[in-house]
Design a protein around this ligand. Structure first.
Ligand code: EPU
Length: 340
């Protein structure tokens, strides 16, 4: 029987370290437990918030509803041949532990995604990515519970409609499903992706001669530690904004005025520009306002130094958005989910 707690602080359950209370809070460790909770008449009309690692949310205030923490564990090898293995992981597994386990098993595919906060079940929601790899590159399928019918639905890669920090679950499927497990196809034959410049540089600094998944993972960990604040020490949610993709015509005008702007060509009509650069140029990097601010080493990351409030962080985000729009004519949008 699952225990329903009341009036619980969510501070330990969000990486921003924001103080907010949940009216009801429950942990589920299996789909059966989840179904049992969702079937209760008492919760039918309560609003619901599903939590993994709480690493991509901004709690705006106390949550007047039921918070459900996903702790479905277990990692299984469900297919293997000479060249690959499919690993199926419970949604509640900690993402970084899953990555390390895959490396220990001698598999490659996830090493560039080392040290990303959060859980396996949250990873497909926004197609997490870093250092040249996104989970859609190794994703096979997932199972999710439909919250209306309480039936389990199987989603393949096409069903998930992955895009840059996007998926079906952030759009048409928003609020309709809870991810229960995710399967990834990983390679037994090492296939390395060191296209991202800083990885190569870090591997050189580390004196690595023979490339391995372990070495790449260590390089990624070292880069992340040097740029991104550790949520255990300074509250944050990683990149607060997405990198905007702008039409080529707009890009041509901006680059004329700002010739040093870094950029990545997406296709003939679209160019992506780093929001961190735009925010830094607009003068926000390292700015501190009381208990909150913009990280000193990466302007894309908003931080809570201690007693910050969700609303204050949202207001700072709006100010940053407005000033980037004014300076560059470019609209940046949050990657983090605002929870009311
Ligand atoms: N930059 C600045 N100033 C800053 C930050 C960045 O000028 O304060 C410039 C950098 O010099 C570089 C460019 O912007 O030229 C890109 O910076 P970086 O390589 O650090 O990556 P990012 O675009 O800021 C994205 C992801 C990160 C991911 C890194 C590495 C998004 C929203 N963020 O950041 O993901 O780790 O690339 O692949 O796409 C996350 O989503 O939470 C996250 C941390």
């Amino acid at each position: 029987m699952t225990e329903i707690l009341q009036n619980i602080s969510l501070k330990p359950y969000n990486t921003f370290g924001l103080e907010a209370k949940a009216k009801y809070f429950v942990v589920f460790k299996s789909v059966e437990e989840l179904k049992e909770i969702l079937s209760k008449e008492k919760f039918k009309n309560e609003k619901k918030l599903f939590l993994g690692g709480g690493s991509n949310i901004l709690l705006m205030r106390d949550f007047d509803g039921l918070v459900l923490k996903n702790e479905i564990y277990g990692i299984e090898n469900i297919f293997e041949d000479d060249s690959k293995v499919i690993l199926k992981s419970g949604a509640g597994e900690v993402w970084h532990s899953f990555v390390l386990k895959s490396i220990d098993l001698g598999l490659s595919g996830l090493e560039n995604l080392s040290l990303i906060p959060g859980t396996v079940g949250a990873a497909p929601m926004q197609n997490i990515g870093a250092y040249g790899v996104e989970i859609k590159d190794v994703f096979v399928s997932l199972e999710a519970l439909n919250l209306e019918t309480l039936e389990i639905k199987h989603f393949n890669k096409v069903d998930c409609n992955f895009g840059y920090r996007e998926s079906y679950f952030k759009h048409a499927g928003k609020g309709k499903y809870v991810i229960l497990n995710v399967s990834f196809e990983l390679s037994k034959i090492a296939e390395f992706n060191v296209s991202y410049g800083a990885i190569k540089e870090t591997l050189e600094q580390m004196g690595v001669k023979d490339l391995s998944t372990k070495a790449i993972s260590e390089a990624v960990i070292s880069i992340r530690k040097s740029k991104l604040p550790d949520p255990a020490k300074i509250g944050n949610s990683g990149s607060f904004f997405k990198n905007p993709e702008i039409p080529k015509t707009q890009y041509d005008a901006v680059i004329e005025a700002f010739p040093n702007m870094p950029h990545y060509v997406i296709d003939a009509d679209t160019v992506k520009v780093p929001a961190g650069w735009l925010i830094e140029q607009a003068g926000w990097k390292g700015k501190r306002i009381g208990e909150i601010g913009v990280h000193t080493k990466q302007a894309l990351v908003l931080v809570n130094y201690g007693g910050g409030k969700g609303q204050d962080i949202a207001n700072l985000a709006y100010e940053i958005q407005a000033s980037v729009l004014e300076k560059f004519g470019i609209k940046i949008t949050p990657e983090v989910n605002f929870i009311d």
